[in-house]
Design a protein around this ligand. Structure first.
Ligand code: NAP
Ligand code: NAG
Ligand code: NAG
Ligand code: NAG
Ligand code: NAG
Length: 333
């Protein structure tokens, strides 16, 4: 049960309205259930002194908790965020909680290829190495918006933005080997049959939930292709599902999900949802766990390897997506 995602919750809510309603009504022991749903925990005590970590979307939610943990282990943590104010505020907090002064903010808007290039350029010049890259930033079920370069927002940010970022930083990451790249995907990726290459940008038909699933499937497919391309480099690439986590990821739901749904939704999230700290465990595990040193191309949930969906195991689709993405972000003509 702990591997569910928001969309599945919506589906369950739809199907079992009455049951869930009465469950909530009876007032079952919330505390006990919340503990049950808290999921896997990273128990590694590995230190990261002298290591450099980049985390996208580290100013809130799962990314922020990941930053606090990795900074506590001694890493230099670069918060790759789009909003200066939000990021600086988070940095102050992360610094305090981790007791590590080596926490810096660098601005990047993943909805802008230009911003990503500037960020990568800055990192390339200022950082001698990158030991861990965590592609965590994400956006879910927003209205039909476009990125600066005209891509559908969820595909653009969750997939294409991280695609370009990862590729631009790849040489530096390789030269820092052993290194790790981690993609925060979602179990939502299992709820779509295949990547719709004919409409990657949802131009023919936009469904906010479907677009999120597609973007998260793209994350897992890319892990596959990337880890294949990184063979023999001592750089690993893995993706993961953090669980159902109570974060700001739901910020656009009021615009895409009816009110009565959300009313139903709130107590379920309260019961089965993880806190951001619990939700960050699998990311932290993939970043630090010693036994994963040579593990690559895998998909994790609750601090364990899980099987990704069939659609996410298709090497052909992974390869094709890589090539299409290269063209879309201008890495190849
Ligand atoms: N929460 C869950 O249940 C759940 C389940 C499955 C997967 N995930 C995945 O977990 C990851 C983290 O999500 P979360 O739950 O922690 O959500 P969150 O609290 O909403 O945090 C998302 C982060 O991404 C950043 N971001 C969004 N668009 C960006 C852009 N264009 N450029 C740079 N940064 C951008 C946000 O920055 P701002 O604060 O400036 O907007 C924020 O820091 C996402 O990839 C999400 O898909 C979450
Ligand atoms: C990083 O710098 C190296 C040379 O120092 C250069 O070859 C490479 O193209 C640069 N990469 C990026 C993304 O700027
Ligand atoms: C992460 O996802 C991005 C975009 O989908 C992709 O470019 C990158 O190769 C992926 N990396 C890993 C480790 O999966
Ligand atoms: C990878 O690591 C192994 C052992 O740690 C080392 O022998 C090998 O040279 C490394 N390969 C590269 C490409 O760095
Ligand atoms: C990873 O592989 C290297 C050799 O390539 C080996 O020295 C090391 O012990 C392996 N680490 C683990 C945790 O399996």
């Amino acid at each position: 049960m702990t591997g569910l995602d928001f969309e599945e919750m919506l589906d369950i809510a739809r199907k079992h309205r009455i049951l869930i309603g009465s469950l909530v009504g009876i007032g079952v022991s919330f505390a006990a259930m919340r503990r049950y749903f808290a999921g896997g925990v990273c128990r590694s005590k590995a230190r990261l002194d002298g290591k450099t970590v980049i985390i996208t979307g580290a100013n809130t939610g799962i990314g922020k908790e990941t930053a606090i943990d990795l900074a506590s282990r001694g890493a230099k943590v670069i918060l790759a965020c789009r909003d200066v104010m939000r990021a600086e505020r988070a940095a102050t907090d992360i610094l305090k909680k981790s007791n590590n002064q080596n926490v810096v903010v660098k601005i990047v808007d993943l909805a802008s290829l230009d911003s990503i290039r500037k960020f990568a350029d800055n990192i390339n010049k200022s950082e001698p190495k990158i030991d861990i890259l965590i592609n965590n930033a994400g956006i879910m079920m927003c209205p039909y918006w476009k990125t600066q370069d005209g891509f559908e927002m969820q595909f653009g940010v969750n997939h294409l933005g991280h695609f370009l970022l990862t590729n631009l930083l790849l040489d530096k990451i390789k030269s820092s080997a052993p290194a790790r790249i981690i993609n925060v995907s979602s179990r939502a990726h299992t709820r779509t049959d295949k990547l719709d290459f004919d409409d990657l940008n949802s131009e023919k038909n936009y469904n906010s939930m479907a677009a999120y699933r597609q973007s998260k499937l793209a994350n897992v497919l890319f892990t596959r292709e990337l880890s294949r391309r990184l063979q023999g480099t001592n750089v690993t690439a893995n993706s993961l599902h953090p669980g159902v986590v109570d974060t700001e990821l739901t910020r656009y739901l009021p615009q895409s999900v009816p009110f009565y749904f959300r009313i139903l939704f709130a107590p379920i999230i309260y019961i089965i949802g993880k806190t951001p700290l619990q939700g960050a465990q699998t990311t932290i595990y993939c970043a630090v766990e010693e036994s994963l040193a040579n593990v690559t191309g895998k998909y994790f949930s609750d601090c364990a390897i899980k099987e990704e969906s069939k659609a996410a195991q298709e090497d052909e689709a992974a390869k094709k997506l890589w090539e299409v993405s290269e063209k879309l972000v201008g890495l190849r003509k």
